[in-house]
Design a protein around this ligand. Structure first.
Ligand SMILES: Cc1cc2nc3c(=O)[nH]c(=O)nc-3n(C[C@H](O)[C@H](O)[C@H](O)COP(=O)(O)OP(=O)(O)OC[C@H]3O[C@@H](n4cnc5c(N)ncnc54)[C@H](O)[C@@H]3O)c2cc1C
Ligand SMILES: *[C@@H]1O[C@H](CO)[C@@H](O)[C@H](O)[C@H]1NC(C)=O
Ligand SMILES: *[C@@H]1O[C@H](CO)[C@@H](O)[C@H](O)[C@H]1NC(C)=O
Ligand SMILES: *[C@@H]1O[C@H](CO)[C@@H](O)[C@H](O)[C@H]1NC(C)=O
Length: 469
């Protein structure tokens, strides 16, 4: 064993990393493993959806029990070692779930247990939604989770969670009944409204500020076959597409219906696409008819199990460098959509000249009742439940690291131009330097900060990336 004092004196780099990895391997039980560069587990543990979100860690750890997570946090805290916590690895900001220190991969927490008596399911923090949906489908139930393939339960739920089912049941965080959380002193706690309302509130948006979540208890709902999928269209149909989009956003009130519309620029042209969803085997007439009437370039719409709809969103394309930014939006009017198109017509060609292969804006409409499925003041995000703010997102993808600054600036500028000032920013879409007060509000941040100081008095969770309170 290394003398702890030497570690605290701040030996850095490989020496520290190596010994910390060895310390962890020595202290944990047999259900946990440590992996080094060269092993396939190490590669998988460090892998992210976007290559720009991955870093080269000293080693990776796959904890197999909550107790071992506690031991690991204890060692990382004592040695002041930077670390990353990875669920599904879809964080789009570098360093949020990656690290040059110790990479923790939650892949062994894959429990999915449905309890029909309480209509809840215990979901391990290492699951991706695809697997959760498929397992719950055998019981005829579902939970409020991700809309695209590969997304992790943990990051999605800790940051908010806009789902195909949100118009019916709220955000993912509105559906958490309990968290099993390993706090930085190594204790495993169950956090519920009843036993720790401030921590329960803070975990609903507050990401990894409070420790490592090992499982979520989520509300379940009956789920049958759904209708939907993706369609893409030539830009020559822009005006009918826009009219259909504005009409859907302003007129459809059926909570079983949901859409995401995308305005994108790739391979030198504008492309339009739509994801359509109906929570039932066939949508009533009128809801999607305008979109279905546009001649499609690609069309994959069917009545299918929920997990199959999610799996169908896989493009199969490798994502290189990528960044999102949130564009808080109050209304999807014709003029807002024209503003998006103006921005796309500017940034599409401009960024393509800098090596972009995809520039896109996703329109994400929800019903005005979206935030009424949980009490006012029940979650850190959003900072207010007075009215709905749509999380429009700009998506940039490019090839070379040398272009990073240009793309990061573009993501800021376009959000600044289109977003409504003073409205709650969505943590899971926000660029890395977004102030937390813009997501949680002043009251929210105060409550979260006080909770953080109580639960993590020595700032262990400041050693990992993410939005910090
Ligand atoms: C292609 C794509 C589609 C998306 N679609 C949607 C969508 O439809 N709706 C929506 O709301 N969002 C969507 N998102 C955003 C998504 O919610 C976030 O990227 C989310 O953080 C992903 O969670 P993850 O577990 O996969 O990510 P990770 O990168 O593994 O983690 C994200 C953050 O959570 C922390 N974390 C992970 N596990 C734990 C844990 N066990 N305990 C404590 N902290 C933890 C990490 O440290 C990190 O800061 C999408 C993202 C992508 C890339
Ligand atoms: C869209 O239509 C235009 C005009 O007909 C054509 O030149 C272009 O190649 C089409 N784009 C795609 C992606 O099919
Ligand atoms: C998901 O889709 C892929 C094809 O894109 C297919 O090979 C795979 O079997 C599907 N998985 C499930 C669980 O349906
Ligand atoms: C660890 O932290 C938890 C949560 O703040 C607290 O309840 C518990 O008493 C602490 N345990 C020790 C040993 O400090």
């Amino acid at each position: 064993m290394l003398p702890t004092t030497a570690l605290l004196l701040g030996l850095t780099g490989t020496v520290l990393g190596f010994h910390v990895c060895q310390l962890i391997a020595d202290e944990v039980s047999f259900v946990t493993d440590v992996y080094y560069p060269g092993s396939s587990s190490y590669v998988a543990d460090n892998e992210h959806y976007a290559t720009s979100s991955s870093q080269v860690s000293k080693c990776s750890v796959e904890p197999g029990s909550a107790e071992d997570v506690g031991i690991i946090l204890g060692i990382l805290g004592k040695t002041k070692t930077p670390f990353g916590i990875k669920g599904g690895g879809h964080a789009i900001n570098q360093g949020f779930s990656s690290t040059t220190g110790v990479q923790i991969a939650m892949t062994r927490f894959i429990e999915v247990t449905y309890d029909s008596a309480t209509q809840t399911a215990v979901i391990g923090a290492g699951n991706i939604w695809d697997d959760v949906y498929e397992l719950l489908n055998t019981q005829g139930v579902n939970v409020v989770g991700g809309r695209a393939t590969g997304i992790g339960v943990a990051g999605f739920t800790l940051g908010g969670g806009y789902s195909w089912l949100s118009n019916r049941y709220g955000l993912a965080l509105d559906n958490v009944v309990a968290y099993e959380l390993v706090v930085p002193n190594g204790t495993v706690v169950t956090v519920m409204e009843e036993n720790d309302p401030h921590l329960f509130f803070s975990l609903k948006g507050g990401g990894n500020n409070y420790g490592i979540v090992t499982q979520f208890t989520l509300k379940t709902y009956l789920q049958g076959a759904v209708w939907g999928g993706a369609a893409s269209y030539n830009a020559s149909y822009m005006s009918v597409f826009n009219a259909a989009a504005v009409k859907f956003c302003s007129e459809v009130t059926d909570p079983k219906a949901a859409m995401v519309m995308m305005y994108a620029y790739a391979s030198g042209q504008v492309l339009l696409s739509a994801m359509m969803f109906y929570d039932g085997p066939t949508p009533p007439d009128g809801i999607f008819d305008d979109f279905l009437a546009i001649p499609a370039l690609t069309l994959d719409i069917a009545t299918r199990p929920f997990f199959d709809l999610i799996n169908s969103t896989s493009s199969g394309a490798v994502v290189y460098r990528s960044l999102f930014n949130d564009i808080p939006t109050l209304e999807y009017s014709e003029s807002f959509i024209e503003g998006i198109i103006d921005e796309l017509n500017y940034w599409g060609p401009t960024l393509s000249a800098q090596g972009a292969f995809f520039v896109g804006y996703a329109i994400e409409p929800f019903l005005p009742s979206l935030l009424t499925h949980a009490p006012v003041g029940s979650s850190a995000y959003p900072s207010s439940r007075d009215h709905v703010v749509f999380p429009t997102v700009v998506v940039l993808q490019w090839v070379s690291e040398s272009g990073d600054d240009v793309f990061h600036d573009a993501a800021r500028q376009t959000a600044e131009k289109l977003g409504v000032k003073g409205e709650s920013i969505y943590p899971n879409y926000a660029i890395y330097d977004t102030p937390v007060v813009d997501m949680f509000g002043e009251e929210g941040v105060k409550r979260m900060e006080a909770t953080r100081k109580r639960v993590d008095p020595y700032g262990v969770m400041l050693l990992t990336g993410g939005f910090k309170v």
